[in-house]
Structure formats: structure tokens, C-alpha cells
Design a protein around this ligand. Structure first.
Ligand SMILES: Nc1nc2c(ncn2[C@@H]2O[C@H](COP(=O)(O)OP(=O)(O)OP(=O)(O)O)[C@@H](O)[C@H]2O)c(=O)[nH]1
Ligand SMILES: [Mg+2]
Length: 380
């Protein structure tokens, strides 16, 4: 039994592929002048690469995006050398570059366990500093997901992704009429008359069950994460992987692709998506396209065509549905314009978001400065 009430059209636009964080090392502890005691150093702030985390989860978990390490302990009669303050670890995904606010590279996280220090704690007070501690470093850092291309082609084998990339760009991917000809992402560049370039990654064939690591499974899906937008590609006349697997219409293919992405990582579906309906040169293509459009318009009604467990939680709403033929070139220039339009729309929205975020930070900063400082927190 399917519950349609939980099905709604998905809004896109809240994909998080970069984050700006406030980080502060802990202050050092006070020295002990009479006995020459040395305060503990403040803790440091680290970014640490971890499995199963995304930038979006960091953002949701820490909406203030502030990471402050612990203060160093004061030197005392019982402990002349104060304890170091506690380090703060920001758990982040692999495949991230960490930069300063003005774009200088601090480091990269390329494997689980990689660590980058982003703010150093202040030194504890000692003889050399007249027993006065120093403050920890304070700054903004940016975490950026390393992208492989602006767009990623998402489609079942044989949909015509490689052919499409060739027609769209100057790439010459391997093309053959059997599944899994694409073994690693091939990047093509779309050139525009004003020299604008957009990169598109052809990703290895996705199949049903990829989220469970069937076929090229995760190898494929992990690349999808590293593109800004998705270009779904379906064969207008449907698709059958092998004689013993069921035939899937273009509509079913769209929903199954959506479900595979959802099961792997739901967040992927927050990326803006365009749908390319390929092979429009085939007989009956126009009728099939009309049917597909009607189904996409009212997906709930047609979802019973799918196995129950393959109905997406919510249906993707595509920014554009573009019929093309990679073979004849029909619709290709229209597709190129749509792609550019969609990326520019997103870049504008992002710039606006960043601007607002900075304004808000400025406002709360001036608010902080106008309230009188309270007593210093007691060192732990
Ligand atoms: N009639 C027609 N055939 C096409 C079109 N585009 C691709 N094909 C054919 O469809 C088959 C599959 O094309 P590919 O480009 O290799 O498909 P793919 O999606 O890259 O497939 P995988 O790499 O296996 O995932 C080839 O035989 C192409 O010649 C088209 O627009 N019209
Ligand atoms: Mg291919």
C-alpha cells in the first residue's frame, strides 16, 4: 500500500557545498608569578575528516557555526603547570579544501583521519610574558567540497550519456552499445560563443540497486556528490538492462534514478536537476515524450507503475525537460542554453545568500561589541 500523503514535489536549492565557520583557539591560563608557575596553553581547533558526515549535517547541527576550543588552566599551587585547554574537533567529510576567508589554502582533507589545525590556542602565562596569558587565534575559515564538474550526467546504461557529452562538448568518450562502457568519469567542456565554459562529467552507468553497491554502485554515486547540478538522461523509448530484468519506461527510469540517489544520500536530490529526454530521432518519440510529460506532471497518479519500495519519497521537479537527439544534434543548442541558465540562476542565488550571511555576521558582531563584556570565564 502506498501512502501518497507523504509525496510532494521537491524544492531544490539547499545543497550545501561550502561552509564558512568561525573558529577560535582557547585562551591560555594565567601564570603564577610568585612561584614561577606556567598557565596551560589554550586548546586548538581542528578539522578532522570523518566518514558519514556532510557539510549540510555540520550546518544543521551547529547553526551558529562557531567552534571555540577550551581555555588553558591557570597555574596554581597544586598544579604549577596548568593543563592545556581541550581541543575542539570539527568533523568534516573527505574531499574538502580548507581555506582562509580570503581564499588562502590552509589544507585539504583527502582521507578519513586527515587533520588540519585551523586555530591555535593562546600560550599560557609564564615568566616570559610577565605571567600574562595570550588569546587564541580567531578567524573565519571556509570548507569547500571539491567539485569534479559543474554538472553530472545521471542515467541508466545505454541512455546515451557518452553520446550526449560528445555532442555537447569537445570530449571524445568511449561509446558502445553495451552497458558499462564508461568506467571512470570523463569530463567534457561545453564552450559558449562568449568563451564561457561549463564542465560536465559523464559518470559510470547507474543501475537499480546501485545504492546497495550493485554494479558500479558507490563508485558512481560518490562522483554525483561532487557536481553542482544533475543532468538526468533517459532514453525516450525506455530501457532494459538485460533480458531477465524488467523493461522500464522513461518515466519509470526517472523515478528509479531518483530513488537510487535518495537511498544513497537524500541530500543529492536537493541539487538542481534538468531532465534530458534522448533519442528523439526514434520512431514514436513524440508520442512517448508527450506521455512522459503528462506522467511527470502528475507523478503520484502514475507511481503505481513502480515497485512499492522504489517510489521516491518525493518526486523531483526538473527545472527543464529538454528533448534531444545526441545522434542528430536535435535540441542540443537548446540544452546548452538551459544548462547555462540554470547554473547562472544558482550562482546568483548563492551570491545573494553569501551576502546576506555576511551582513548578518556583521550585525551580530556590532551587537556583541556594543554590549559591555561580562567577567572572564573561569578557567577549568
Ligand atoms: N537512435 C539514437 N541512438 C542513440 C542516441 N544517443 C545514443 N544512442 C545510442 O545508444 C547507445 C548507447 O549510447 P552511449 O552514449 O554509449 O550510452 P551511455 O549512457 O553512455 O551508456 P553507458 O556508458 O553504458 O552507461 C549507442 O549505441 C548509441 O549510439 C540518439 O540520440 N539516438
Ligand atoms: Mg557511456
Amino acid at each position: 500500500m502506498v501512502h501518497f500523503s507523504r509525496i510532494c514535489l521537491r524544492k531544490y536549492g539547499n545543497l550545501v557545498d561550502n561552509l564558512r565557520l568561525y573558529v577560535r583557539g582557547g585562551s591560555g591560563g594565567m601564570g603564577f608569578p610568585r612561584l614561577g608557575g606556567q598557565g596551560g596553553d589554550g586548546g586548538d581547533v581542528w578539522v578532522v575528516a570523518t566518514k558519514d558526515i556532510t557539510l549540510k549535517r555540520i550546518k544543521n547541527k551547529y547553526p551558529e557555526k562557531r567552534f571555540v576550543a577550551g581555555v588553558g588552566a591557570n597555574s596554581s599551587i597544586r598544579a604549577l603547570k596548568g593543563m592545556k585547554g581541550e581541543d575542539k574537533e570539527i568533523l568534516a567529510p573527505v574531499g574538502i579544501t580548507v581555506t582562509t576567508d580570503d581564499g588562502k589554502l590552509i589544507g585539504e582533507l583527502n582521507a578519513v583521519g586527515d587533520r588540519i589545525k585551523v586555530a591555535t590556542g593562546g600560550s599560557g602565562g609564564s615568566f616570559h610574558s610577565a605571567f600574562q596569558p595570550s588569546k587564541g587565534q580567531t578567524k573565519h575559515v571556509r570548507l569547500d567540497l571539491k567539485l569534479i564538474a559543474d554538472l553530472g550526467l545521471v542515467g541508466f546504461p545505454n541512455a546515451g550519456k557518452s553520446s550526449l557529452l560528445t555532442t555537447l562538448s569537445n570530449a571524445t568518450p568511449q561509446i558502445a552499445s553495451y552497458a558499462f562502457t564508461t568506467l571512470r568519469p570523463e569530463i567534457g567542456k561545453l564552450m559558449y560563443e562568449d568563451y564561457k565554459q561549463i564542465s560536465v562529467a559523464d559518470l559510470p552507468g547507474l543501475i537499480e540497486g546501485a545504492h546497495m553497491n550493485k554494479g558500479m554502485g558507490h563508485k558512481f554515486l560518490k562522483h554525483v556528490e561532487r557536481t553542482k547540478q544533475l543532468l538526468f538522461v533517459v532514453d525516450v523509448s525506455g530501457f532494459q538492462l538485460a533480458s531477465k530484468t524488467p523493461f522500464r519506461s522513461a518515466f519509470e527510469a526517472v523515478q528509479l534514478l531518483t530513488k537510487e540517489l535518495e537511498l544513497y544520500r537524500e541530500e543529492l536530490l536537493t541539487k538542481p536537476a534538468l531532465l534530458v529526454v534522448n533519442k528523439m530521432d526514434l520512431p514514436d518519440a513524440e508520442d512517448r515524450l508527450a506521455e512522459l510529460k503528462e506522467q511527470l506532471h502528475n507523478p503520484e497518479e502514475f507511481s503505481e507503475l513502480l515497485p512499492d519500495d522504489m517510489i521516491p519519497k518525493s518526486f523531483l521537479s526538473f527545472r527543464h525537460v529538454v528533448p534531444v537527439s545526441a545522434l542528430t544534434g536535435f535540441g542540443i543548442s537548446d540544452l546548452k542554453s538551459r544548462i547555462r541558465e540554470s547554473l547562472e540562476q544558482e550562482a546568483l542565488a548563492e551570491a545573494k545568500g553569501n551576502h546576506e550571511e555576511k551582513l548578518q555576521a556583521l550585525r551580530s558582531h556590532s551587537l556583541e561589541r556594543s554590549t559591555p563584556p561580562g567577567p572572564n570565564p573561569a578557567p577549568q
